[in-house]
Design a protein around this ligand. Structure first.
Ligand SMILES: Cc1cc2nc3c(=O)[nH]c(=O)nc-3n(C[C@H](O)[C@H](O)[C@H](O)COP(=O)(O)OP(=O)(O)OC[C@H]3O[C@@H](n4cnc5c(N)ncnc54)[C@H](O)[C@@H]3O)c2cc1C
Ligand SMILES: NC(=O)c1ccc[n+]([C@@H]2O[C@H](COP(=O)([O-])OP(=O)(O)OC[C@H]3O[C@@H](n4cnc5c(N)ncnc54)[C@H](O)[C@@H]3O)[C@@H](O)[C@H]2O)c1
Length: 443
């Protein structure tokens, strides 16, 4: 049966949900298609469930740090209970997301979308037609193509793991590995992280990554650098991982955390004249694909910006403004904060440099003994601020401590609003708080 709409959105994650609802509110006839969990990655198997599990890491770290300083026992993480708590957040998401779209006037279809031609899509037995399309079909975990790859689990499995085994191994040392390593370690597992070169979390400040690794090592996480796993063998008690020389590691479970691949292969994009490369769909500065009636946003894009939830929301909001003619200028991104919710947390925004140069001044501040961090006896707090030598304004920052997820957003405001150090000094912040340290960090 053929159905016709003004705009069809493919994928109901952060990118697709916001786009579809806002376009419907603007008076467009909108349909949205989802083949799996309504609401997509972030609330079902990404940021949100992950951060619920991180709560246990935070609680345990906090208490562990205060041993002999007023607290005398370290609690144990009860994994099944923590998972049940996580479920209270995730299980309502698909139904609630679909209902919210429908109440906004969006027509929902469950099934896999495939382009038939430039204006038509096939979804199960339906043929859907539209003038314009927004592709927001996201990405999925990549699986290394090695012998025994069928034994790999993914981030989706980790976030629903019924029991935490004695040993887990994460192959690939990126965001997911550093976050899951902290979670599994807090839950009592022996954790191994295997990285094929010597630069885990490559986009982050190297010194801070090294310090984060030291912290994780001190809690019992083992890092194996410059190891390229080439084979996984099932054994009577678990799995054995091997490389092409002498490396061998036994583990109860093994997760592939080597990145995510865009869902470009399942959409039959060639039928609609939409071009893509291995990083995703290529778009111009209006988020328009090689077919001008088809737009793409979110994790499915081939882009230099990080693939993160707030970036998806930003692109969704831009494409809605563009399609409703409220915006005709090209998209321009602000500085984007990036965060690793490990233990401790690592955050970064803007310019990243290893040392001062002709343009930028780098200040590295050891804030471990500052009141804000010392009162909870944090093992480390390091902050780097980068200022433009010409204007004196903040252009970048990186931090490693338990409060980095809040601190980085203050830096983001200062950078985006071009607030000078002397202006910060004129603010009165509640004391003692992380914000009240700002004038000492950036003056
Ligand atoms: C474990 C994990 C933790 C993360 N933590 C954070 C974090 O802390 N902070 C942060 O900012 N970001 C985080 N991210 C990244 C963030 O989740 C993503 O950037 C974001 O969710 C992407 O949204 P999206 O809408 O582009 O894609 P998705 O949410 O993936 O939505 C795409 C949807 O399209 C559907 N789809 C695909 N193909 C088709 C088809 N042919 N037909 C119909 N439907 C289709 C999919 O089923 C999916 O539901 C995390 C990611 C992971 C995996
Ligand atoms: N806090 C957050 O914002 C957050 C958290 C989790 C995920 N994410 C998003 O999800 C994406 C995927 O996360 P990810 O951690 O899977 O990917 P990633 O790209 O962050 O890291 C992958 C890591 O695997 C390494 N690697 C690649 N091939 C390998 C091999 N053969 N053997 C060993 N190591 C190998 C890479 O060098 C890299 O260090 C992120 O890029 C990010 O966009 C964000």
């Amino acid at each position: 049966m053929e159905k016709e709409f003004d705009i069809i959105v493919i994928g109901s994650g952060v990118s697709g949900m916001g786009t579809a609802s806002s376009l419907a509110s603007a008076g467009k006839q909108v349909a949205i298609i989802e083949e799996d969990l309504w609401g997509g990655t972030c609330p079902n198997r990404g940021c949100d469930p992950k951060k619920v599990l991180v709560s246990a890491v935070e609680a345990k770290d906090h208490i562990q740090q205060l041993q002999g300083k007023g607290i005398n026992t370290v609690p144990k993480v009860n994994w099944p209970e923590l998972m049940a708590f996580k479920e209270t957040f995730t299980s309502p998401v698909p139904k609630r997301s679909k209902e919210s779209l429908e109440s906004a006037g969006v027509k929902t279809f469950t099934g896999k979308a495939e382009f038939i031609d430039e204006h038509r899509l096939k979804v199960n037995e339906n043929e859907l037609k539209a003038e314009q399309f927004v592709i927001a079909a996201g990405a999925r975990p990549s699986i290394l193509d090695i012998e025994g790859k069928e034994h790999f689990l993914t981030s989706n499995d980790f976030l629903s793991l019924p029991e935490m085994p004695e040993t887990i191994t994460l192959v690939g040392g990126g965001y997911i590995a550093f976050e899951f390593a902290a979670i599994a370690n807090a839950a009592g597992a022996k954790v191994h992280v295997i990285q094929h070169n010597d630069r885990p979390l490559k986009a982050f400040d190297r010194e801070l990554v090294d310090l984060l690794m030291e912290q994780l090592k001190s809690k019992g996480v083992t890092f194996h650098l410059n190891i390229e796993v080439s084979k996984i063998e099932k054994t009577s008690i678990g799995y054995s991982l091997m490389d092409d020389s002498n490396f061998q590691l036994n583990t109860d479970l093994v997760f592939c955390t080597t990145g995510r691949i865009p869902n470009t292969d399942v959409l039959k994009l060639e039928n609609a004249g939409v071009e893509y490369d291995k990083k995703g769909i290529t778009v111009n500065e209006f988020l328009q694909t090689s077919n001008p009636a088809i737009f793409a946003i979110g994790d499915i894009l081939s882009k230099s910006q990080p693939k993160l939830t707030p970036v998806c929301s930003y692109e969704a909001s831009y494409v809605v403004s563009y399609l409703t003619r409220k915006e005709t200028a090209s998209i321009s991104y602000p500085s984007i904060p990036t965060m690793v919710f490990s233990g401790p947390k690592l955050a970064q925004i803007g310019v990243v440099i290893d040392e001062s140069n002709d343009d930028y001044e780098l200040s590295t501040i050891d804030a471990t003994k500052w009141f804000s961090y010392h009162r909870t006896n944090e093992p480390i707090s390091k902050v780097k601020v980068i200022t433009d030598k010409r204007t004196g304004l903040l252009v970048g920052a990186a931090c490693l401590n338990n409060e980095a997820d809040e601190l980085i957003n203050y830096f983001s405001q200062l950078i985006e609003k071009k607030v000078s150090g002397s202006e910060v000094a004129k603010h009165i912040f509640a004391y003692p708080t992380i914000a009240s340290d700002l004038s000492s960090l950036y003056s």
